[in-house]
Ligand binder design. Sequence first.
Ligand code: ZN
Length: 425
Amino acid sequence: MRHALFTITVGFSFLISHHAVAQDMEYAQKVLDALCADDMAGRGYVEDGDNAAAYYIEQEMKAMDLQAWEFNYYQTFTMPVNSFPGKIELEVDGKLLIAGADFHVEADAPSVKGKYDLMYVSSLPQIAPSGRVIDSTASYKGFVVVDDTLISKLPPPIRTSLLKGFKKAGAKGIIRLSDTKLTWTVSKQQAPIAQFVVNRDAWINGAKSIEVDVKADFDKKHRTQNVLAFVEGSLEPDKFLVFTAHYDHLGKMGKDVIFRGANDNASGVSMLLNLAKHFSIPENQPKFSIVFIAFAGEEAGLLGSMHYVQNPVFPLKDIEFLINLDILGTGDEGITVVNGAVHTTEFEALKGINEQRGYLSQVKKRGKAAISDHYPFSEAGVPCFYIYTMGGIKAYHAVYDVPETLPLSGFEGVFKLLTDFVGRL
Ligand SMILES: [Zn+2]
């Protein structure tokens, strides 16, 4: 189905435009599948998944004959990270719950193992910022079961104090019963006690005890790297256009559960490599240089892009424009351009191309947003956009974000829009 559509669109683009170039969807799918495969371990911190992904991207860049800065495709740095390389088991009154589907262990959980009584509470104890339990009569034993909404909306520092307080008052862990879709993350620290977020549907009403076995591993200095390469411009090689996409995702929750992150952000890396492949062909050589950066550590808090901004390989002042690609796997409802409301000239140009060519159903603008790797550049004064696709499958930071169900419906449109955009700069 996708293949047939591809042929038609390519034929059509030849008729209406000599600018629009055919997009190699076969290569796009190949990169997507490779980055989501078992051996990439969700491009996180179990089984060195992030490093496996970095190596793959480096090999692809080398195969395209992209240039490396001083022969080095890697910009290495270290980051603190909590990961779950071992067991993740949660049994409620003898019923084994399924990790990823029925429950998530919170990303900041420490190791915990044993059989515990359950204690249901309907309100939280009052906690001083120091973590002292103000209500001195509060006392807990075993695991505390609470409604997820009581904790999930608290600001992170208060949450940390609360967990300290629970621990001081005797709790061994927390179960949060949730009615919303489970979403996971990556944590740069380990909390005082473990929390599990459990789908209320999977829970046994009035359950009396749980048996848990979670192995967490906190690494203060996990070694990772941004991967970058460039194509030299023909007229103004010292001016740079930069394309970026983070390649890291959440990794694995225990030995068996992989967060593959097809949409977030294997799709963006696939676009990055597709653009690199296009501009590496001599007849497509751009007037100015184009840098391609695959960032590490985005999910842990934009760590790779922040590291780059503090240690730029290509000076920030020489960047004419930067486009960050994160979540490009759908597109039925077009794209959103973060910072489109800031850089209006560039946004109108992008929108104008789309109106002329009809690549996407919509090119929508948005203001500033600290939600992806463009942000540290934006704050440092580098003009930039962050583009993501809209519509289609909604799986986000969950085990359901897989390549098999990712439609890539806007992929070709975004590719053509971006190559046209570069051509007009
Ligand atoms: Zn992302």
